[in-house]
Design a protein around this ligand. Structure first.
Ligand SMILES: [Zn+2]
Length: 257
């Protein structure tokens, strides 16, 4: 099953989805369902947003990034957290902001909820959920909202992804609770790093399959390199799907519950 997450139009380049699909096929990954495209599913996200609104779990936020940075550097707030500037605006303040012509983002009223979840690599986790954005000022639905709707809709029961998303999992669990969606199990894996231990980026052209092809590295070797980079085989080793599955299973921990 493949899902194209293309809601952030400013970051999506034309043709990149097709390129990624052909790269996946080249390293031997197959899918047996039609490809799901988030930008074609916005009616579903709008329904979820309406449900949050009807439960009084949304509020309008007019803050710019700079304003949030400035306000949250005050001693009481964690450096990355939303300072709550728009959470309790009076009706006069709301009217004034609405008259400004600027569009607000929509944030959830998470009330500092404490969320616990289990990750099969990192173990028991506990996070405080910030008032995060579910619809941006440009009207686009945020990733957190779309992803929980889609996971539920596609009956995804196991989410395996990079550990850069470990911290945002709590926000997604909170949304699942509010929307009455099933929580999948989570596996957050280490990110691929280059030999300077720096995180590899999609913007780094040498890490694309095409870039590797130009360096005369075959798709099969790329597959081995990827597996070796997370420590599941030696660099020179060619492991088959069966061996890969069994080594992957061996790094998973079982839930205590
Ligand atoms: Zn705000």
């Amino acid at each position: 099953m493949i899902r194209i997450e293309d809601l952030d139009l400013e970051r999506c380049r034309a043709g990149s989805a097709e390129q990624q699909l052909s790269d996946l096929a080249a390293i031997g990954l197959e899918w047996d369902q039609p490809v799901i495209v988030q930008s074609e599913r916005t009616a579903l996200y709008a329904l979820a947003l309406e449900r949050l609104r009807s439960e009084d779990l949304l509020y309008e936020c007019w803050c710019t990034r700079a304003e949030i940075r400035e306000a949250s550097s005050a001693p009481h707030g964690a450096p990355t957290s939303y300072p709550g500037s728009c959470r309790e605006l009076s009706s006069a303040q709301l009217a004034q902001r609405r008259a400004s012509g600027r569009r607000p983002a929509l944030r959830v009223r998470a009330e500092g909820a404490e969320i616990e979840f289990f990750d099969r690599v990192h173990g028991e986790q506990k996070r405080t959920v910030d008032d995060f954005v579910v619809a941006r000022q440009n009207g686009a639905f945020a990733y957190h909202l779309a992803v929980v709707v889609d996971d539920n809709d596609q009956s995804i029961d196991e989410v395996v992804r990079g550990d850069d998303l470990l911290d945002s999992t709590a926000a997604q669990c909170w949304l699942q609770e509010q929307l009455g969606l099933v929580r999948p199990s989570y596996v957050h894996l280490p990110l691929l790093r280059d030999d300077q231990a720096l995180r590899m980026s999609k913007r780094d052209s040498s890490v694309t399959l095409d870039g590797q092809r130009q360096l005369a590295v075959s798709a099969v070797q790329v597959r081995s390199n990827l597996i070796a980079s997370i420590g599941l085989c030696d660099a020179a080793e060619m492991i088959n799907d069966e061996q890969l599955l069994s080594r992957f299973s061996s790094i998973l921990v079982e839930s205590a519950s």
